[in-house]
Design a binder for this molecule. Sequence first.
Ligand SMILES: Nc1ncnc2c1ncn2[C@@H]1O[C@H](COP(=O)(O)OP(=O)(O)O)[C@@H](O)[C@H]1O
Ligand SMILES: Nc1ccn([C@@H]2O[C@H](COP(=O)(O)O)[C@@H](O)[C@H]2O)c(=O)n1
Ligand SMILES: [Mg+2]
Length: 487
Amino acid sequence: MEDVLESAVGAHFSGLRLDSRRLSSSSLPSSPSSAACNGTAADASSAAPAAAAAPGGLASPTAARQPFVIGVSGGTASGKTTVCDMIIQQLHDHRVVLVNQDSFYHGLTEEQSEHVGEYNFDHPDAFDTDRLLECMGELKSGQSVNIPIYDFKNHRRCSESFRKVNVSDVIILEGILVFHDQRVRDLMDMKIFVDTDADIRLARRIRRDTVERGRDVLSVLEQYGRFVKPAFDDFVLPSKKYADVIIPRGGDNHVAIDLIVQHIRTKLGQHDLCKFYPNVYVVHTTFQIRGMHTLIRDKEITTPDFVFYSDRLIRLVVEHGLGNLPFTEKQVVTPTGSIYSGVDFCKKLCGVSIVRSGESMENALRACCKGIKIGKILIHRDGDNGQQLIYHKLPMDIAERHVLLMDPVLGTGNSANQAIELLIRKGVPEDQIMFLTLISAPEGIHCVCKRFPRLKIVTSEIDVGLNEDYRVVPGLGEYGDRYFGTD
Ligand SMILES: Nc1ncnc2c1ncn2[C@@H]1O[C@H](COP(=O)(O)OP(=O)(O)O)[C@@H](O)[C@H]1O
Ligand SMILES: Nc1ccn([C@@H]2O[C@H](COP(=O)(O)O)[C@@H](O)[C@H]2O)c(=O)n1
Ligand SMILES: [Mg+2]
């Protein structure tokens, strides 16, 4: 158990990643929600955002969001590799792999090796760009790839060993000519050019090539004047115009690297649905959170462990929800006699759980909000379209409160909509209702948000979609049965 958690939290640097495939937080399926969501069928399908649907329109549990591809170019020894390593270090909450264009150098033939001083390693033809495109295509489509290993000392690819690169959230493709070929540029979501003074680059290149690449100073200078500098002027510099971001001074430019990392984080944290529904909040993911999801989704997990890790995740969802409630400003005097300018919690608050699985979220809410009132709503599910509200017990003054409505799984959205309708009938304003859930199907979010656009949804993960039986996939099965041990 701990191994799984451990493996999910470790840092994932180039070539050191674990072989796990991300199945959640994925692209949107065009949904069966039109059939599943009472009363909103036509609207639901017409407003579905651009979607990656499995054949037949049903969600495929293997459909995953495409990785974010960053291209990093710049002259030799400009600091490309250094900048990439810094970005990877700072993106420690995400799986990142580095692919070097150098890996795709054509190996020299015997004859070419004999006249290595004549060979232009800085010309676009020196690279096997078709192979690079093939590997990047496979990685982007979710397959792991074997990338060649290039030896700068004998100018050949290692024939036996490869570097296995697994599916990732972010792929960084780095090299002097990664912006040269349009097909390669078209793979990139973001292009960075590392711009470092030519004298500094030459000085660094002499040091690096003599220390790491088995060259002598004279050969480095000869190669630089004959091939490296002309190719920089002819191919590398002209490709700078394709860059979205230019980093002067490379790895010394911490401000630029921070900004780039912030941008990547924003892009990664944004599920496509959040762009359509600004009131949907997905808890910022970390490897801890993914590790816990990995555990509770595992069908082999024991009930106590399921409860333990579900509780941890629920607590995060509840805290996130509370963080989105209105607050008032408040000042207090600290024991040092100083003023602390802070905020006061929203006091008019209550929870409502959708029985039975929603009850699993009550403890977390009680632990966060001392003495909070919690109401209950029971909806009888008779097939997916014949739902009946059969019981409710709510605080008398619920209309004056902000309501945290709790159900760990948002599937079709039918139960949620019934419960929300009841709350609105009881006088709760729509914008004072927040739906807290652990995992959501895009169809459910769509169904609820279309009908109640001012309500907020807080979820820990958005899954791929619903299957033919209207169950969330990958999902976690019958939550209530697993949590209360009745499965
Ligand atoms: N900001 C820096 N200050 C000092 N040395 C640096 C800096 N950035 C890179 N280097 C060194 O310069 C050499 C080339 O850097 P590297 O990142 O490998 O460049 P590139 O990948 O663009 O060829 C390496 O030996 C590296 O350690
Ligand atoms: N066998 C080789 C292959 C390449 N080079 C030089 O490497 C440079 C690219 O790598 P950077 O890390 O500096 O971007 C390129 O300028 C080639 O001249 C080589 O010397 N020998
Ligand atoms: Mg490099």
